[in-house]
Design a binder for this molecule. Structure first.
Ligand code: HH2
Length: 268
């Protein structure tokens, strides 16, 4: 479905959790999660991001063995049909997921929780996504403050990129993500979107994870199931300003919105 000339990448979200903020409980069984992932691939997702631990504000941590039981059957079934990303902050989970076929580690702590994750990614020459988060999921939305949110996030991502490279990760393997909603107010999220070009200036592909998030709901007045259009609009703006990877629940809608954006902007 993705046209050969598109220069964006869609990362379809598959949360195998009971408590994710938008789809918790929907794909808790492996069969349901695999069927959902196949549907997202048919809609144009080049990457499937499989997660077994919710990081929504207030979420309780999940032990590694439980996380593995959730994600491994899905990783195994999907590897080969798309690039599989494992959304985890734990080295043990990443190890097992990579053995099962994942080739991308999406670590919302940017190798801070398990710093050895960087050497692991380097050793296997994996792709990785390093994300900014202020604080930790349990408390991150309690009055987050920045001097200047874009400069602070940019400096953080630059430092985490340098750490990864110092640990042997090839720079071309790294994607950077400002972490929408992770210790950010609505104004912070909008400022980051507006000025996403400053993050893209770091020279690595920027990942946008605004999908169905609460700030989209506050602005549009929609509950989680009705936020696909608001999400697509935010992604089009981010694309126009230099972002290229879009982590979304609603792949078909985002695909069409970005295909239109690409076609319109290509000749400018
Ligand atoms: N957002 C979530 C989880 N992982 N990874 C990256 N790189 N960027 C994000 O913005 C991001 C992420 C939270 O969203 P979701 O997976 O839908 O929900 P939950 O964490 O509740 O499972």
């Amino acid at each position: 479905m993705t046209s050969a000339s598109s220069d964006f990448t869609l990362m379809g979200i598959v949360n195998v959790t009971p408590d994710s903020f938008s789809d918790g409980g929907t794909f808790e069984s492996a069969d349901a999660a695999v069927a959902h992932a196949r549907g997202l691939i048919a809609e144009g997702a080049q990457i499937i991001d499989v997660g077994g631990e919710s990081t929504r504000p207030g979420a309780e941590p999940v032990p590694a063995d439980a996380e593995l039981r959730r994600v491994l059957p899905v990783v195994e079934a999907i590897a080969g049909a798309a690039q599989v990303s494992v959304d985890t902050m734990k080295l043990d989970v990443a190890r097992a997921a990579v053995a099962a076929g994942a080739t991308l580690v999406n670590d919302v702590t940017a190798f801070r929780r398990d710093p050895e994750m960087a050497a692991f990614v380097a050793e296997h020459d994996l792709d990785c996504c390093l994300m900014h988060m202020l604080g930790e999921p349990r408390t991150m939305q309690d009055d987050p403050r920045y001097d200047d949110v874009v400069s602070d996030v940019k400096a953080f991502l630059e430092a985490r990129l340098a750490f990864a490279v110092a640990e042997g990760v090839r720079e071309e393997r790294v994607m950077l993500d400002p972490g929408f909603g992770f210790g950010k107010t609505q104004d912070h999220n909008l400022e980051l979107l507006r000025r996403i070009g400053e993050i893209a200036a770091l020279g690595r592909p920027v990942v946008i994870g605004v999908s169905r998030k609460s700030f989209v709901g506050r602005i549009t007045g929609r509950d989680v199931a009705g936020r696909a259009v608001g999400t697509a609009a935010a992604n089009v703006i981010a694309y126009e300003r230099g972002a290229r990877v879009f982590r979304v629940h609603d792949v078909a809608v985002t695909h069409d919105a970005l295909a239109m954006a690409t076609a319109t902007l290509r000749s400018t």
